[in-house]
Each structure stands twice: as structure tokens, then as C-alpha cells.
Design a protein. Sequence first.
Length: 151
Amino acid sequence: MATLSDVFQESVSSGTRPGQHFRNFSVRLSPTPRGARLARLLTTEQLRSWGLPLDPAGQIVAELAANAVTHGRVPGRDFRLTLYVIAHTLRIEVTDTAGDRPPLLPCPGPDRDSESGRGLLLVEALADRWGWAPELRPRKTVWAEVVLPTG
């Protein structure tokens, strides 16, 4: 369960251009289905407080958090959700502790009757860009970026 000490928020005006804003929200969550649900709820509330659209970010977070819980779970080690807003881009990062398991798109595709296996395909369809990066062992970060509407 996230506690106040697990949450980091920052909102500053900075950057190379006048009026460019940087916002940051980060929280550690338990690698459980409850932690994955909480990741989506916290994302929704944070985006709402920033006055940003909730979709498709909510669905992207749901899929990345579910993957962290399902495939990146190491007992006793939390996963981290981080949201960044820089100018007109929302970057979503989910860091888990299974750095030895890179995320893979299903090939050639999930079984039509399967109830799972489509998460990264959804992320790929919803995000403007996505990828992953190894971190200091034993971690990896899966990220997605969404270009925000201007105006």
C-alpha cells in the first residue's frame, strides 16, 4: 500500500523555453493486482489535478502496471510508477525488478481466445512512442509517451 512517504511530486516552470512546464509524480506500489489497480487510480487523480486528459494514459498505465505485476514481480520488491509532463508530452514509466525479462510483443499475435497477452499491443496502439530500458540490476523500465493536445 502506498504511503505518503512513497509519493514524490514536483511541479516547476523550467526548461529551455519560457512558459515550459515540468511536472513529476512518482509512487512505489506493491507488485499485486491491488497495486496495479491503485496505479491506474492514482494516475487518473494526478492527471485530473494537472488538468490533463485521462485517456489514453489511464489504459496505458493499467496495461504497464499489470505487466509489472504479472511478469516483473519479485516477491518483496515494489514496482514504481512515474509520470512526467514536459511541455506537451506525458511520459509514463513503470519500473519493475525483473530486469532479466525484457518486454516482448507477442509473435505472431495472441491466441484469439486468450484472455491475456494483448497488453503491449494496446500500449503500442495507444501511445505515440513506447519502449523499455534496462536499469541498474535487477530492474527495467517500460515507458510510453503521449503527445498532449495543445491549446
